[in-house]
Design a protein around this ligand. Structure first.
Ligand SMILES: [Zn+2]
Length: 306
């Protein structure tokens, strides 16, 4: 089996300045780990197309698209909030990041791929229908899920999010859409410090306190995610794959290690095999400790490949 790895050179060109942790160095760290692990040889590389306006408007407002277009500076960086940057090349990166995920859905649902990883930035899960925030411009995984539902007529898709920061944007977009099961773990006192709406049958959010590690993650997944996923039986499984819960990552305070990401990935593969013909689309979200990010993505992909 191979993994289809979708990215684009434009994703490296989104400039967030010299000190911001969400930088192109993250993608370079992943590339380095793929080569040093030998995984690179098992990947089929695909260049991301640009998402279309129609694809983005399924989950975002026309006002947001206009606001972002108007915010692009001729040079330098315009800050939408304290960590959401727009430079001259940022919108192209954002359209490629969302387009990568749409292309992944196309490849999965036409049988041209079985497992897809989108190594893209900017990340997406904080972007709400009408607001870019938290380093996210478009909600990449949401654009992809909506494409599966609207363009391919799927009736049930699941998005699981193991980034330490709550995927507020994904809940904002799909909170009222029972065709999408959203399963999340998050550190409640970390950004965005809210998990706004109520829990529901299709919004499964499990807070894990600072210092949580593999045992706590495992219990959350087995007690809360798996019963919901098996009951829902998604036709396609999306992963918001954020690796900032790693013990070496300072942007959250969990104590996860590569083996925890491998375990979780194997569990999620089982879900996809039981319900979704094995089809998984995994999308990079956070992960800012560069070496840990590279090793963790390698562990994730190695388990998807096994
Ligand atoms: Zn995060």
């Amino acid at each position: 089996m191979t993994i289809t790895y979708i990215s684009h050179p434009d994703c490296f060109k989104h400039d967030t300045g010299p000190v911001h942790p969400e930088s192109a160095a993250r993608l370079w760290a992943i590339e380095d780990a793929l080569r040093s692990s030998g995984l690179d040889l098992a990947l089929r590389r695909v260049d991301a197309p640009l998402a279309t306006r129609e694809q983005l408007l399924r989950v975002h407002s026309a006002e947001l698209l206009a606001q972002l277009a108007a915010a692009v500076p001729e040079a330098g960086i315009h800050w939408l909030d304290f960590d959401t940057a727009i430079g001259p090349a940022s919108l192209a990166a954002a359209y490629r990041a969302a387009g990568a995920c749409v292309e992944g859905v196309e490849l999965l649902l036409t049988g041209a791929a079985q497992t897809v990883f989108c190594g893209v930035r900017p990340p997406g899960h904080h972007a709400e229908r009408n607001r870019a925030m938290g380093s996210c411009l478009f909600n990449n995984v949401a654009v992809a899920a909506a494409h599966a539902l609207e363009a391919h007529g799927l009736e049930r898709v699941a998005i699981v999010d193991f980034d330490a920061h709550y995927g507020n944007g994904t809940e904002d977009i799909f909170g009222a859409d029972p065709r999408v099961l959203f399963c999340s773990v998050y550190q409640p006192d970390a950004y965005p410090q809210t998990a706004a709406g109520a829990k529901s049958k299709h919004i499964i959010k499990v807070p894990l306190a600072a210092s949580s590690g593999g045992a706590e993650l495992g219990a959350a997944v087995e007690e809360h995610w798996l019963p919901a996923l098996d009951d829902f039986a998604p036709q396609l499984l999306f992963i918001s794959a954020g690796f900032d819960g790693h013990v070496e990552d300072d942007l959250a305070q969990w104590n996860l290690v590569e083996a925890d990401y491998s375990w979780l990935t194997a569990v999620l593969r089982g879900v996809a095999e039981r319900h979704a013909q094995g089809r998984i689309l995994s999308v990079l979200e956070g992960g800012y400790a560069l070496h840990a990010l590279g090793r963790s993505v390698a562990a994730h992909l190695k388990t998807l490949l096994a």
